[in-house]
Write a protein that binds this ligand. Structure first.
Ligand code: GDP
Length: 443
């Protein structure tokens, strides 16, 4: 799988800082040294790495992060945001022409995956956007290219426009667009020729096609397995053709990921799609933020932190943290915490955002919201003494609480046990935060 090495190294590095309640400048510097090495090893362009490190450092050492409640997590948040920005921030969608048909020209070196991606894209447009594309075979040099596209077209039950290998690609493109208009195709996808290396003849041909049909989108198909070469290729194509987007193919392979991370920053060309396998339905819109989260192995921690920031009263959170540290935590605090958690939205959503929570085995975890209501009722039926010191809750008190809350003695017993367990767990967690606990496993 792509990014494996990078992901493991970054996650290892970030784990060290994650739980820290206090982060020093030296901590950040140490961490960034490791992040830098990890990125360079993943074949990320060195200029991109340099810039990335500088901006993460600046932001991570800023006031907001260092003075926050959870500096360790905030530093990770910065890394995540910068990594996302590097790959393009928002998902960049395929063009739609004001007047149909939208003309898409696929370009790239031979073997990058142009022909395959042409078919994948057509399938994507039909399946997800209800479009009616026309595939066009403009690669008249590679002997099998026309046949390959025709076979894919048949497989998709989609028309392929071809004039054989004796007519110039410019003429083929022109006639294809005409035909698309006549037959009401709303997308025309031109599969152009590639070479093993960039040469003038190829570029001349591609610019001629571009002049002739004025495509709305020029998608550069690059093989992510070729690492920095992919970035160089992208730069050259971009200089000549002003490409409007990139498709990274073979991200399912064990590429180190450098191309994916560098290409936008170096060429300012957004990655629009990622090829995730040889099959026709293995093309995905490229989401920079999801890719970053995936690399950092963090679920959607970002949204979780943001949710917490907007919903939780900072003073109260501080107070709670202190109580947890001193183990002075009562049922009143418990109730208050429950209220805060509830104000953050459905529990299942929150759990889904936590790293590790969407992993195998945890997936089916369901949270019963009714259970929360019951818990609330039980706690509210306790006397102040009982809330402060649950140890006094004997048999007759349990009976009274159950009756008062409309629950059963079993419910009360269960809650008391859970409360004790929770206190124990929190004790362990605060121990971990202080650096005494065991190291976390990889995400
Ligand atoms: P072209 O010369 O640029 O038209 O390249 P092709 O479309 O013929 O693709 C070259 C090879 O790469 C073929 O064997 C494809 O099956 C394979 N390929 C294309 N995209 C992907 C991808 O996303 N993942 C994997 N694993 N293989 C791909």
């Amino acid at each position: 799988m792509a990014f494996e090495g990078l992901a493991a190294r970054l996650q290892d590095t970030l784990t060290k800082i994650r739980g820290k309640g206090k982060v020093s400048e030296q901590d950040v510097k140490d961490m960034m040294r490791e992040v830098r090495l990890a990125l360079l090893e993943a074949d990320v362009n060195f200029k991109v790495v340099k810039q990335f490190i500088a901006s993460v450092k600046e932001k991570a050492l800023g006031q907001e992060v260092m003075k926050s409640l959870t500096p360790g997590q905030q530093v990770i948040k910065v890394v995540n945001e910068e990594l996302t920005a590097l790959m393009g921030s928002e998902q960049s969608k395929i063009a739609v022409a004001a007047k149909a048909p939208t003309i898409v020209m696929m370009v790239g070196l031979q073997g990058a995956g142009k022909t395959t991606t042409t078919a994948k894209l057509a399938n994507h447009l039909r399946k997800n956007h209800n479009r009616k594309p026309l595939l066009v075979a403009c690669d008249i040099y590679r002997p099998a290219a026309i046949k390959q596209l025709e076979t894919l077209g048949k497989q998709l039950d989609m028309p392929v426009f071809s004039l054989g290998d004796q007519v110039s690609p410019v003429e083929i493109a022109k006639q294809a667009v005409q035909k698309a208009k006549e037959e009401h195709h709303d997308y025309v996808i031109l599969d152009t020729a590639g070479r093993l290396h960039i040469d003038e003849t190829l570029m001349k041909e591609l610019t001629d096609i571009k002049e002739m049909v004025k495509p709305d989108e020029i998608l550069l198909v690059v093989d992510s397995m070729t690492g920095q070469d992919a970035v160089n290729v992208a730069e050259s194509f971009n200089e000549q053709l002003d490409v409007t987007g990139a498709v990274l193919t073979k991200l399912d392979g064990d590429t180190r990921g450098g191309a994916a991370i560098s290409i936008k920053a170096v060429t300012n060309t957004p990655i629009k799609f990622a090829g995730m396998g040889e099959k026709i339905d293995q093309l995905e819109p490229f989401h920079p933020e999801r890719m970053a989260s995936r690399i950092l192995g963090m679920g959607d921690v970002l949204s979780l932190i943001e949710k917490a920031q907007t919903n939780v009263d900072e003073e109260k959170a501080k107070e709670l943290e202190k109580k947890l540290r001193t183990m002075d935590f009562t049922f009143d605090d418990f109730l208050e915490q429950l209220e805060q958690v509830k104000s953050m939205g459905p529990l299942e959503d929150l759990l889904g955002m936590m790293p590790g929570m969407n992993k195998k085995g945890m997936k089916d975890l369901k949270v019963d919201e009714h259970q929360l209501v019951r818990v609330e009722a039980i706690v509210k039926s306790m006397t102040p003494l009982e809330k402060r010191d649950p140890a006094v809750i004997n048999g007759s008190r349990r009976k009274r609480i159950a009756k008062g809350s409309g629950t059963t003695i079993q419910d009360v017993n269960r809650l008391l046990k859970q409360f004790e367990d929770m206190k124990k767990m929190m004790k362990q967690m605060t121990g971990m935060q202080a650096g005494k606990g065991k190291k976390r496993g990889k995400g």
